[in-house]
Ligand binder design. Structure first.
Ligand code: LLP
Length: 414
């Protein structure tokens, strides 16, 4: 089903025309489709049906409380990387029992906060982190549940900035060190070993690198079994890519099916940490053309969204489709679609053929993941509003920021 579709000459989100949302909430504005999010989650749930599992949504992709709420109602768990994300889960869901805590730099305060909240487990990324978790748990007289993120040293074949499973990356416990570290943890009275896993990168469009990582990690699982260490779960991480342009990532059923086939009859609960594949294609960034600036070399469409709203093009040279909200007859011109920020890197798309007039609305597609969550206030720009559409209804799920709030924490010299 198409959650974003053209009807009567206008792009709709579910039953709501985007023009109506711009009129009601202003621009720039992120717009999400609840049905698209639910459908993406449903694909994971269906692929894992019949197997003990937990889909832990990676909050970093989009941590709006409404997104978390929708997913929690479907039974999702959460993958967090900070105390701030933990606080969001608790605010949206009420408890932290389905939370896994990833990340290479957990502070002592965050570890305490997570233990107090009763998270499912820490995904441990180094020996030093394990020692810190152990000593804090001992001090609190509790047992910390730990899972190990192993760095399997496989090439995910994605953008280098979002590749995480190579030996040269900072992530995970080196494959060769993992068995000894897990054994050490299993012998501790302050730790409880519950799992092992991997996460090798993001926006992967093939199954093979996941399969290669899993093959290595299963060797470890079996070795640990021989050591008498039975794990509760296996965490297959996140990283499944989506289609932005012409990518052909595997369907969720095929990707999950292939990995489950490899796991075979091993009695392990399966965890996954998808982010982008759940929310990426469930959101668009709605923006309005401020000015057209035709030129001999290049023509610019200057819009009211900018790199501070969606930094993926500037940061990764990422490509997002840009479509007019309303049909406009007339010959297209080739535009660079740029924002008002004072940087040449402030573009949302380059060389796009569009028929435009000042005031037109554009939708920047596939912007649900790593859009709002990576936004900033650069140039003292208030962050965009966020709206979630649910059938014919539209809910404001984050109000547009106000300028006064942007410097409310600042002080002049006394
Ligand atoms: N688990 C861990 C430990 C992660 O580090 C990540 C993403 C995920 C799960 C979720 O991965 P996903 O399913 O979304 O691929 N800002 C970049 C993406 C950075 C991904 C970082 N880690 C972008 O805009 O493409």
């Amino acid at each position: 089903m198409a959650f974003f579709a053209r009807r009567d000459g206008q792009l709709h989100v579910e039953s709501v025309p985007l023009g109506a949302l711009a009129a009601r909430f202003g621009t720039p504005c992120y717009v999400y489709s609840r049905a698209a999010l639910e459908s993406a989650f449903g694909a994971f749930a269906a692929a894992l049906a019949g197997r003990d599992h937990l889909v832990c949504y990676a909050l970093k992709a989009n941590s709006n409380l409404a997104v978390l709420d929708v997913l929690a109602r479907l039974g999702a768990g959460f993958d967090i990387v900070s105390g701030g994300e933990l606080a969001r889960v608790i605010a949206a869901v009420g408890d932290a029992r389905k939370v896994v805590f990833s990340g290479v730099g957990k502070s002592a305060a965050e570890i305490r906060q997570a233990l107090a909240a009763g998270i499912l487990c820490f995904n441990v990324e180094s020996a030093a982190e394990l020692a810190r978790i152990e000593s804090i748990a001992a001090e609190l007289g509790t047992r910390a549940a730990v899972s190990f993120r192993v760095n399997p040293d496989v090439d995910p074949k994605t953008h280098p900035y979002i590749s995480t499973g190579l030996r040269e990356n900072k992530f995970g416990v080196a494959f060769g060190d993992a068995r000894a570290l897990v054994r050490r943890a299993a012998a501790s009275r302050s730790l409880r070993v519950v799992g092992i896993g991997f996460h090798i990168g993001s926006q992967l469009t093939e199954t093979a690198p996941f399969a290669a990582a899993l093959e290595r990690v299963l060797v470890l699982v079996d070795a640990l079994g021989r050591d008498g260490i039975a794990l509760d779960h296996l965490d297959l991480g996140g990283g499944l890519g989506i289609r932005y342009r012409d990518e052909t990532p595997p369907a969720v059923a095929d990707y999950v099916g292939a990995l489950l086939g490899q796991v075979g009859g091993r009695a392990l609960r399966i965890l996954l940490e998808p982010g982008r594949s759940l929310i990426g294609n469930a959101g668009v960034l709605l923006t309005r053309v401020e000015y057209l600036k035709p030129g001999a070399e290049r023509s610019f469409a200057i819009v009211d969204a900018a790199m501070n709203d969606l930094m993926r093009p500037a940061l990764y040279d990422a490509w997002h489709d840009i479509v007019p909200v309303a049909d406009r007859p007339g010959p297209p011109r080739r535009y660079d679609v740029v924002g008002p920020v004072c940087e040449s890197g402030d573009f949302l798309g380059r060389a796009r053929d569009l028929a435009l007039e000042e005031g037109d609305l554009l939708a920047i597609m596939s912007a649900g993941a790593y859009g709002m969550s990576m936004s900033s206030n650069y140039n003292t720009r208030p962050r965009a509003a966020e709206v979630m559409v649910d059938g014919a209804a539209a809910h404001l799920v984050r109000a547009r920021e106000e300028v006064a709030g942007l410097f409310a924490l600042e002080r002049k010299f006394p």
